[in-house]
Design a protein around this ligand. Structure first.
Ligand SMILES: C[S@@+](CC[C@H](N)C(=O)[O-])C[C@H]1O[C@@H](n2cnc3c(N)ncnc32)[C@H](O)[C@@H]1O
Length: 227
């Protein structure tokens, strides 16, 4: 079995105990370099670390698959919770490892955002644009979510559909510029938050950012930097 473990949003205090145990016991720990770097301190000295990038992920995962077939205990680490914006990578792991894959949830950046912004999941839809391929259906879905008076938690796409581009797109589609909006960067690490309304969302943010667009409230949200 290959364990696919959600490593949480950055600060290891948000890694689950189960995830920590699996990483500590693993013979092989693999994943994108930035995610492996978060958990590197937990990896035993004799374990093999396999880091990868978007370009070489298929080859590196094949390596993990053959080590797994050779009897090594393998863990692949994912950013946040792999069940949100992690499935394209999960499918690549499954292909390389012939579907002998188990998933362990992690704490998502979306959960930390919800905590910072006091937003209720029951009234909120999660949408990621951090994916390969055509994002048009997901853009359309976002418009409908706001028309349905639900909040949207949005992962932007570096670098062609970042928060300012999301705002422009929505307003061009007739969404009001008055929606209270927040963008948070590097949650649980060197975090910074911006708070305002959709029409004011014009700044550049890093690729480690996540956005909340609230359903329009009767009382407009406070504006300005929150951190
Ligand atoms: C491929 S998605 C994976 C999301 C992850 N599965 C999760 O549950 O948070 C990667 C994107 O999530 C967002 N993200 C992940 N961790 C974050 C954090 N700590 N703070 C802000 N955004 C974060 C960023 O937009 C990042 O580019």
């Amino acid at each position: 079995m290959i364990w696919c473990v959600g490593a949480g949003p950055g600060d290891l205090g948000f890694l689950t105990l189960r995830g920590q145990q699996l990483i500590e016991d693993a013979d092989v720990v693999a994943g994108f370099t930035a995610v492996v770097d978060l958990v590197r301190v937990l990896v035993k000295p004799t374990a093999r670390i396999i880091t990868m990038s978007y370009k070489d992920q298929v080859e590196r995962l094949d390596e993990v698959g053959s080590l797994h077939r050779g009897g090594s205990r393998c863990v692949v680490v994912f950013m946040g919770d792999l069940h949100f914006s992690g499935f394209q990578f999960l499918e690549r792991v499954e292909r390389a490892c012939q579907h002998q894959v188990e998933t362990i949830s992690g704490i998502s950046s979306a959960q930390i955002l919800a905590s910072r912004c006091r937003v209720c999941f029951d009234d909120t839809t999660f949408i990621t644009f951090h994916r390969r391929g055509d994002i048009t259906p997901f853009q359309e879905h976002l418009v409908h979510v706001l028309q349905d008076k639900r909040n949207a938690i949005v992962i932007p796409r570096p670098w062609d559909f970042m928060p300012a581009a999301v705002a422009v797109y929505l307003m061009e589609r007739g969404v009001s510029p008055d929606h209270p909006t927040e963008v948070w960067e590097h949650l649980t690490r060197s975090e910074a938050g911006w708070k305002g309304v959709l029409g004011e969302c014009i700044s550049d943010f890093s690729d480690m950012s996540i956005m909340l667009i609230r359903a329009r409230a009767k009382n407009m949200a406070m504006r300005g930097n929150v951190r």
